[in-house]
Design a protein around this ligand. Structure first.
Ligand code: FAD
Length: 478
């Protein structure tokens, strides 16, 4: 019998798993895909928002501000790419100026530290490439950018290191309540548990229906992006927003934690929950909006377009708490933006909630962060030389764009939560994330995976189940 089962291996489920791993309880996480960080967590802007956006006295406001503090600290401990760039909300006319003053006041109420209202001159000192039409901005120095999937994976690995069990390819398809406990069916197995955390992202309402607790609805809203090559780094130094509208935070231009520039997203409603396609129309809209911020975006340097799906609910705040319709079933649902920024605080808060619901939680005496992995491209020449002598696999460069070595690919394969796909390796080691987007390293990573698992090349997947790369040998058998 488990004490707690977490449904969903996105950044929220990951944070809950990590915080719960600090206690002497039996806990597992069930994820329907073949890897963690496969949902909204892998496709968003990667911003750790300062916290001036949410309405005061909401969970969103409180968890955003707390989450932003925790994320900085955690990323250092977990070796996750994080840069405290600060953010700007740029005003282009007097209506916008009134809006940023409102955001400033709201931020003060929410406890955001260090904000300033900048005039045109100070704004252009920070961001010389902005449109001449900009007249001022709200500056929030505590905003940052983070690599969202590395953050999620690092928290999951920490949880695994400290005893949480992970089950991939385990879609929860039924939940039965028996004598106050739950029998959860997932991936052909049954798990008995006292508590459930529903962190199933855009599917959280479907999961709630499995126990008759669907008192909210999720509607997916797609956001599309351009990701520019590192050659464009320096175009902006901070996260640059325009004034938000009722549809969301609007199109931003921002550095990423890995040194690229990201431009997007738009906001499309009425999406299918599995539609992460990009469209000419959506990307044209993004480019037209971003042109108001700066005319200097060079789309010839675009290396990837992608989209992510917001989990918009019919409630204005995050839905976090024990369901009114089912005892010991705790929703972490409707986690739209700033969900990434808030995730760590959500994990911390949910651990308190479960204790309040009656689970006896004793803190463990021993709890460890996993040992940091080798990041060859971050080492000095002396360290690189020493490492290659110790293990020549680190001397074999597989991804030329990002200088990722065979040793790092093998380290990724040896992870506590083992990836089996090219994109799973990409999310952990960073191969295929550069200018050629895997054109050069893809076949080599493919071969390393096949050798590692001792499986034929045809069985290696790019990403989700079914995403086969090759179907056999040209000319039949050798
Ligand atoms: C376009 C866009 C931009 C954004 N930008 C930002 C930003 O800059 N900053 C910010 O703070 N937030 C941002 N967000 C929000 C942020 O990305 C999300 O709040 C966060 O990723 C949500 O994480 P999650 O764990 O709740 O959901 P997910 O990452 O979607 O994880 C849910 C998991 O549950 C699994 N699952 C679903 N059903 C089942 C089932 N039946 N059984 C087992 N597993 C199941 C899914 O496969 C998935 O892995 C953005 C979102 C979008 C879409």
């Amino acid at each position: 019998m488990y004490d707690v089962l977490i449904i969903g291996g996105g950044v929220c489920g990951a944070a809950v798993a990590m915080y719960l791993s600090k206690y002497d309880i039996k806990c597992a996480l069930l994820e329907k895909e073949n890897d963690i960080a496969m949902g909204t967590t892998k496709a968003n802007s990667g911003i750790v928002h300062a916290g001036y956006d949410p309405e005061p006295d909401t969970l969103m406001a409180r968890l955003n501000v707390r989450g932003s503090e925790l994320t900085e600290e955690l990323c250092k401990k977990l070796s996750v790419p994080y840069k405290k760039t600060g953010s700007l909300v740029v005003a282009f006319d007097s209506k916008d100026e009134a809006h940023i003053r409102k955001l400033y006041d709201r931020g003060m109420e929410n406890g955001v530290r260090g904000m300033e209202l900048l005039d045109k001159e100070s704004l252009f000192e920070l961001e010389p490439n902005l449109s001449e039409k900009a007249v001022g901005a709200l500056y929030a120095p505590s905003a940052a950018v983070v690599n969202p999937w590395r953050f999620c994976i690092a928290m999951c690995e920490t949880a695994a290191e400290n005893g949480v069990e992970f089950y991939l390819d385990s879609e929860v398809t039924s939940i039965e309540k028996i004598n106050g406990c739950f029998a959860v069916t997932a991936g052909g197995r049954t798990f008995d548990t006292k508590y459930i955390i529903n962190a199933a992202g855009i599917y959280a309402d479907d999961v709630a229906s499995l126990v008759g607790a669907r008192d909210f609805e999720i509607k997916a809203s797609k956001g599309q992006y351009f990701l520019l090559d590192k050659t464009q780094s320096g175009l902006v130094n901070t996260v640059v927003f325009q004034c938000p509208t009722e549809k969301g935070k609007g199109v931003l231009v921002s550095p990423t934690a890995d040194g690229n520039i990201i431009v997007g997203p738009n906001a499309e409603s009425g999406n299918e929950r599995d539609d992460v396609s990009t469209t000419r129309e959506g990307l044209d809209f993004v480019a037209a909006e971003a042109a108001k911020t700066t005319s200097k975006i060079n789309y010839r340097e675009n290396i990837r377009s992608f989209s992510g799906l917001r989990a918009n609910s019919d409630k204005s705040d995050f839905i976090i708490g024990e369901s009114d319709l089912c005892r010991h079933f705790i929703n972490v649902a409707g986690i739209k933006s700033p969900g990434l920024s808030s995730a760590a605080a959500i994990g911390e808060y949910v651990a308190e909630l479960i204790a309040d619901c009656g689970l006896i939680m004793t803190e463990k005496e021993q709890w460890n962060y996993p040992a940091p992995k080798v990041r060859f491209n971050e080492l000095s020449n002396v360290e690189k030389e020493r490492l290659c002598k110790e293990n020549p696999k680190y001397g074999n460069v597989v991804c030329r764009c990002n200088l990722i070595t065979e040793g790092e690919i093998l380290d990724a394969l040896d992870s506590k939560i083992k990836p089996r796909t090219l994109d799973g390796i990409k999310r952990r080691a960073g191969s295929g994330m550069g200018r050629c987007q895997g054109g050069f390293c893809g076949p080599r990573v493919h071969e390393i995976i096949a050798n590692y698992y001792n499986i034929p090349m045809e069985e290696v997947l790019l990403d989700k189940n079914g995403s086969y790369i090759v179907c056999g040998k040209v000319g039949g058998e050798e």
